[in-house]
Design a protein. Structure first.
Length: 213
């Protein structure tokens, strides 16, 4: 089955307290988004990559692409007002069935193992969503107090989140582009089963200045 990766780069840098969108900040003098895309190319240099980002950032992205991926076909599309709308924009560029991984542009350290396992699970089960176990104790907030919960019953969800393309498209057609925080939630809301795969604690999402350090 042909494999695709939609790299969602909608960040504006508000929590990073930076005028530069976080996907364009540098790690080892290389933009974060370049690291993330390179992770998928290291997994398979024939993978089909689609970058989704705000219209205002496309010119900057084109310059980056010219500097780092001049000989690689990477399709680009402007995103929507929400994450779900942005993912749907990326899906519209895929005209045939296969498997698609949705990945945050600001998760630059995703491993080939994680990517591979998510694709394998999507092929076998319809979905493959990377997640890791909690390390800390957790409490649920209830009004003005809190209640201890069993952390073994919870996981932290990451990306890539990988699906059979036709199923994910049908899920979006069914539930629309409401304010879902990830694609697994869209998939589940449409009645599909979400299958988890083992993620990695190294696969951090760079959101705040502490993450960048």
């Amino acid at each position: 089955m042909e494999e695709y990766a939609i790299i969602v780069a909608g960040g504006i840098g508000s929590r990073m307290k930076s005028e530069v969108p976080k996907q364009f900040l540098l790690i080892d003098d290389v933009p974060i988004i370049v690291h993330s895309i390179s992770s998928f190319l290291n997994y398979d240099d024939n993978i089909n990559i689609i970058v989704v980002l705000p219209e205002a950032h496309i010119d900057r992205w084109k310059e980056i692409k010219s500097n780092y991926f001049s000989d690689i076909e990477i399709r680009t599309v402007s995103g929507g007002l929400t994450r779900s709308a942005s993912v749907l924009s990326g899906l519209t560029l895929i005209k045939k069935d296969g498997l698609v991984a949705i990945h945050d542009a600001v998760r630059p350290y995703v491993s080939s193992r994680t990517i591979s396992e998510s694709f394998k699970s999507a092929k076998d089960n319809g979905s493959g969503v990377s997640a890791v176990e909690l390390k800390d104790s957790i409490r649920e907030l209830e009004n003005d107090s809190s209640v201890a919960r069993d952390r073994s019953k919870y996981v932290l969800v990451q990306t890539p989140q990988t699906f059979r393309i036709d199923d994910l498209k049908k899920a979006y057609e069914k539930v629309g582009v409401r304010l879902f925080t990830d694609d697994a939630s869209v998939f589940e809301a449409a009645g599909y089963k979400v299958t988890l795969v083992k993620g990695s604690y190294d696969n951090i999402k760079i959101t705040t200045p502490e993450d960048l350090k």
